[in-house]
Design a binder for this molecule. Structure first.
Ligand SMILES: [Zn+2]
Length: 291
């Protein structure tokens, strides 16, 4: 990070609008920005908790403080990276609330994962398909399937308000890491187009500030990925080369701690281009054409 953060409101609930409060977990990093933001949805006797976050006692206590005398009627996850869902089980155990939302994902732990790894403890009581809803006294959440960052990623629309909880699919502070084998660039692009076609008023991402011009941001992200793809094709037109060489040229000036993750996103682009017959590979070297 270039500059230190100003003091952050860790372990405190902040109200963002009548039905939405945010609790920031103390897990800042180059991948999580200031930390994971858990959202408490609803102002009545039953609330939903979106992305309960890491299994940290301070954070779980802060969520329960925010919930106060209300009851948690759903613990909801956008996806199962380890900075999002591990608190779901402990929070369910303390409150009796069901875990409802994204699907369980079974993935091998081995192999390089530059992204935060997957949470193997996640066990949903109910999985939501695209368009399915859960509701409380003053809120309804609609699942919006948005695979790409992970195959099980869901956004959630707060019906009637124009608010969309975007998890790691769209964030204001950074583009998402798309890490194969589970991350898929073609799915991610289709999921960006899906959001672009919506008329949301505001995005609440799991990391970074709320986004108040959502479509403008999504359009920029679609353009950004297309220009990355063009950059890759241009570099491969010069000479066949490995991903490490592409990353050095494409991410010059970017925090080098992020280069391994950038390499995963470049791989995601290459796999997508390979499927479309635009590039091929020979060992570690990628080239134009079918290799
Ligand atoms: Zn994630």
């Amino acid at each position: 990070m270039d500059a230190p953060f100003p003091p952050m409101p860790y372990a405190e609930a902040e109200r963002l609008e009548p039905l939405v409060r945010r609790v920031l977990a103390r897990n800042p990093s180059p991948f999580t920005y200031t930390g994971t933001q858990t959202y408490v949805v609803g102002a009545g006797e039953a609330v939903a908790v979106i992305d309960p976050g890491p299994d940290e006692p301070e954070h779980i206590d802060a969520i329960l403080d925010a919930v106060g005398d209300a009851r948690i009627s759903a613990i909801v996850c956008t996806h199962t990276h380890r900075d999002h869902s591990p608190a779901a089980g402990p929070l369910a155990a303390r409150t009796g609330a069901p875990v409802i939302g994204c699907a369980y994902l079974s993935l091998d732990d081995d192999g390089p994962r530059a992204d935060a790894p997957f949470d193997a403890t996640y066990r949903p009581d109910r999985v939501l398909a695209d368009g399915e809803t859960i509701a409380g006294p003053d809120w309804t959440l609609v699942a919006v399937a948005t695979p790409g960052h992970t195959s099980n990623h869901l956004c959630y629309a707060l019906a009637g308000t124009g608010a969309l909880f975007t998890g790691d699919h769209v964030m204001g502070w950074s583009t998402s890491v798309i890490a194969p084998p589970d991350g898929d660039m073609a799915d991610y692009m289709a999921s960006l187009e899906k959001l672009y076609a919506r008329e949301d008023r505001v995005y609440y991402p799991a990391h970074g500030p709320a986004v108040d011009k959502p479509r403008q941001l999504v359009r920029g992200m679609i353009g950004h990925r297309r220009s990355r793809e063009n950059q890759i094709l241009k570099l491969l037109a010069e000479t066949p080369q490995p991903i490490s060489a592409l990353v050095q040229r494409m991410y010059k000036g970017v925090d080098e701690r992020l280069w391994p993750a950038a390499g995963r996103s470049v791989l995601a682009h290459l796999i997508d281009l390979e499927r479309r017959g635009r590039v091929g590979r020979d060992g570690d070297d990628w080239s134009l054409g079918d290799g």
